[in-house]
Ligand binder design. Structure first.
Ligand SMILES: O=C[C@H](O)[C@H](O)[C@H](O)COP(=O)(O)O
Length: 227
């Protein structure tokens, strides 16, 4: 599994040129990419590449790896964004947010000229919701009401609890995460919009129609899916 992640991260480097602004995703797969990008910048193989982090995790890792970072309000455009995903359907719709970074990820990736997703083949599903719940970032005061309102969509939601921290997970934006298990998400774009219409929902982990390219690590090498 780790080898597949490394393989797709290496492949993603081929899309990077000098003078690019790159959205830096969150998670274990993107972490390999950030470290490899740092090496290319250190050796001078790449020059003047700046990263826009999507979380504290990717910001700290970028700084540690030698990738200079800028924020969204300092740039006119984002050339490319690279990130992992928890599920990918055949139309390149995604579920993201296992690492609770979905809101900033969507803010950056929605605005990137090209959004490239890095996964291993275990993330490919026939339909969204097949294996994973949809993470939903919510304003803390509204979590219980939203949990109940999600029943309209036949979803069962759990408040995500911290590991090495008592009580709920607090996102980089100071909010809670509800993990909502759906039976089957028939129309990802429609569900993404519906969920964001619930007052108190900050953002949800369905990324419909955003990914341009998915690089899949398989036992037989990297496969490329394109929309
Ligand atoms: O909030 C976290 C993100 O959406 C991650 O990009 C996603 O969970 C994939 O992470 P990993 O590459 O560790 O499987």
């Amino acid at each position: 599994m780790e080898e597949m992640k490394r393989m797709v991260a290496k492949e993603a480097l081929k899309y990077i040129d000098d003078d690019m602004i790159i959205g830096l995703g969150t998670g274990s797969t993107t972490a390999y990419f950030i470290q490899m990008l740092g090496k290319k910048l250190m050796t001078g193989e790449l020059e003047d590449v700046y990263g826009i982090p999507t979380s504290h995790q990717s910001r700290l890792l970028a700084l540690e790896s030698g990738v200079p970072v800028v924020s969204l309000d300092e740039v006119d455009a984002i050339d490319l964004a690279i990130d992992g995903a928890d599920e990918v359907d055949p139309h390149l719709n995604l579920i993201k947010g296992r690492g609770a970074a979905l809101t900033m990820e969507k803010i950056i990736e929605y605005r990137a000229g090209t959004f490239i997703v890095l996964v291993d083949e275990s993330k490919l599903v026939e339909y969204l919701g097949q294996k994973m719940p949809v993470p939903i970032e919510v304003i803390p005061a509204a979590w219980r009401a939203i949990k109940e309102e999600l029943e309209v969509f036949n979803a069962t939601a759990e408040l995500r609890m911290g590991v090495k921290k008592d009580g709920p997970v607090i996102t980089d934006n100071g909010n809670f995460i509800l993990d909502a298990k759906f039976e089957k998400i028939e129309d990802p774009l429609d569900m993404e919009i519906e969920l964001n219409n619930i007052p108190g929902v900050v953002e949800n982990g369905i990324f419909a129609d955003i990914a341009d390219i998915v690089l899949v690590g398989t036992k037989d090498g990297v496969k490329r899916m394109e929309r």
